[in-house]
Design a protein around this ligand. Sequence first.
Ligand SMILES: *[C@@H]1O[C@H](CO)[C@@H](O)[C@H](O)[C@H]1NC(C)=O
Ligand SMILES: *[C@@H]1O[C@H](CO)[C@@H](O)[C@H](O)[C@H]1NC(C)=O
Ligand SMILES: *[C@@H]1O[C@H](CO)[C@@H](O)[C@H](O)[C@H]1NC(C)=O
Ligand SMILES: *[C@@H]1O[C@H](CO)[C@@H](O)[C@H](O)[C@H]1NC(C)=O
Ligand SMILES: *[C@@H]1O[C@H](CO)[C@@H](O)[C@H](O)[C@H]1NC(C)=O
Ligand SMILES: *[C@@H]1O[C@H](CO)[C@@H](O)[C@H](O)[C@H]1NC(C)=O
Length: 695
Amino acid sequence: MAAAPSSPPAAAAIMGFLFLAPLLIHFSTLLPAANSQNPEPTSFTYNGFHKANLLFDSQAKILPDGLLQLTNHTQLVTGHAFHHRTFNFNPNSSDSSLSFSTTFVFAMVPESPATGGHGIAFVISPTTDFTHAVASQHLGLFNSTNMGSESNHVVAVELDAMRSPEFQDIDDNHVGLDLNTLISTPSAPVSYVSDADGVNRTLRLLSGDRIQVWIRYDDGEKRMNITVAPFMTTSRPKKPLISTPVDLSAYLNESMYVGFSSSTSTVTSAQYILGWSFTKGEEEPPPLDLRLLPVSPRPSKPAKKLGTAPKVFLVILSISLIATAVGAYLLRLRRYRELREDWEKEYNPQRLCYKDLYRATHGFKEKEVLGSGGFGKVYRGILPKSKIEVAVKRISHDSRQGMKEFVAEIVSMGRLRHRNLVHLLGYCRRKGELLLVYDYMPNGSLDTFLFNDEKPILDWSSRYQILRGVASGLLYLHEEWEQVVLHRDIKASNVLLDADLNGRLGDFGLARLYDHGSNPQTTHVVGTVGYLAPEMSRLGKATTATDVYAFGVFMLEVACGKRPIDAQALPAEVILVDWVIDCWKRGAIWEAGDPKLAGEYAREEMAAVLKLGLYCSHNMPAFRPSMRQVMQYLDGDCNLPDVPLESSGIGAFAMGGRETSEFAMSSFPSSVVVGKDYTTVGSLSSTDSILHDGR
Ligand SMILES: *[C@@H]1O[C@H](CO)[C@@H](O)[C@H](O)[C@H]1NC(C)=O
Ligand SMILES: *[C@@H]1O[C@H](CO)[C@@H](O)[C@H](O)[C@H]1NC(C)=O
Ligand SMILES: *[C@@H]1O[C@H](CO)[C@@H](O)[C@H](O)[C@H]1NC(C)=O
Ligand SMILES: *[C@@H]1O[C@H](CO)[C@@H](O)[C@H](O)[C@H]1NC(C)=O
Ligand SMILES: *[C@@H]1O[C@H](CO)[C@@H](O)[C@H](O)[C@H]1NC(C)=O
Ligand SMILES: *[C@@H]1O[C@H](CO)[C@@H](O)[C@H](O)[C@H]1NC(C)=O
């Protein structure tokens, strides 16, 4: 695996190359320099390293299954791997902030249990040439001459599995920040505080377990945060392990490589990186898709040797235990009984076992209930083995009819990966019950923030970010995945907020898939009143345009802090879309903005969001923008078009004898249609009165 273009080599590197050509054969320092006209991408993601473009030395290599192996069990060797091109970290260039963030998953598999070494370091370095560096406690970064030298320009975060007293190591299991030297300032034992229960837990580097690391440097704040967590923790724990003030501008320079260095000692570990993403700039690094990562080998277990006396004792003990166990087992069998059918075999990887879910939620205790919706209750839980925090949705269903199709859909949607979608981790089935397991979202649903006075008020910029996020999630569903996925039930209560208050679209329970290009099937109307596009109730057919309609209503809901239909409002119910149009007519559309924001927003931005909301919830599907256009408007990449006011087709829909509005985008006609056709739309008939009142 050789590498591709990198940036201009320093003169020294060329000289070095001439003498060290055989050693540097994998490095691409002589390949053409990157084109400086094209702005370089500022981030990359490797979910496994199959297609990775890396520079590495003779020890490091990519294994056939996509693992990046930095070292094997050979003693006293070093292994390095770097992203193929450099990043500009020159503190003096005006346009460049030194902020960066990265996340990666590693595993150290010791040769014999619990002894191994020496460790791995994430490195930012001006060079990829570490031929002079030594193994063991120097981690392949320095030798005894250049250790501590200011000319190194090396910033590293070490994961050190051996204690080297000469470098003042605190223990044999720590994380530390290394600036030109291996004397870490600061360092801390490898541990994390779980968001779920606030308990500080130690992680053993040499357990062979996969561990995820997040490193984030904020140039404005001049602070670096380092966080670790066990593999499969759904999001970065809120409390960083290390949060230290540091100014990296003294260490970084113009063209820096990012990568990993690793070394073995006289005791060894095979050291692996499973996945890695990096962003230069303020953004979070792209999230890793943990399920795509290759699997690292497990450490070999020591053979247990027992004398005969303990053996006899064990036999007697086991016989007496077996009797008790069988009894307990039969009881459990009942409690944990699942429903499995032959057609489900192919979904085994997505199948979770009921026992784990039962334990995760403490037996579906009331106090773990996060909420309840139309489908059933949602419980919070922590999966016993992986310690992932999850939300378990328990849906009761009586018939097996359609179950096969439903499970197929659900499993297929489990492959959807986007930072603004709530991920489905798996499912389980019992008699009369289906359980869906999702990422846990610590901040709950957006509607509680909008409508519940106990929650803090979301400021305008958070709301804008949430709208942008949800739009990008929906764009992914509509256009960027292998199939078109219709969400069918976009609304504030289906948007969940993660730890960083990013909006994530959840609850695909109603979504249906259909292949690109084929016709969506006509089925019964699903969705929520107030978010249903007019043609939806008329034709009973969901399309991407009906999703856009609901998204438009959702935008208004977020901007105005009002529900789409407020049946309690006096003197008559208020239909949000109509009300925004009224404000628009008065020439002061921004007045529709949520009063709780106390005017703290840019009027133009508020006006643009409201207009875009109206435009999305246009009565005529043809006038609604696509989600891609919505994204462009939200990003300010193009201006809002003048919504065609005359040709909005109000005449075709207005049947309620309502005055035709020149703004012609009333939601009212849609309610009329729903009301009129309610006999064919059984599930909606209960809302009939709401729709007819106040007309
Ligand atoms: C480690 O890898 C090197 C070459 O990459 C190989 O020569 C050596 O035998 C390997 N050692 C072990 C212990 O697997
Ligand atoms: C240490 O490394 C530097 C360059 O990185 C090199 O010039 C020097 O010769 C090395 N010293 C030893 C003792 O190997
Ligand atoms: C580091 O963590 C602290 C405490 O959680 C937080 O306030 C700060 O914004 C974080 N800084 C970065 C650069 O992530
Ligand atoms: C966990 O506790 C140890 C020992 O008190 C401490 O050094 C470490 O910083 C704690 N970890 C976190 C993530 O706070
Ligand atoms: C930064 O790199 C440039 C070459 O790109 C070099 O000339 C300069 O000396 C370096 N600056 C520092 C402070 O080392
Ligand atoms: C940036 O400017 C400062 C002061 O002018 C200088 O000392 C430093 O070496 C420069 N750094 C780089 C990387 O050019």
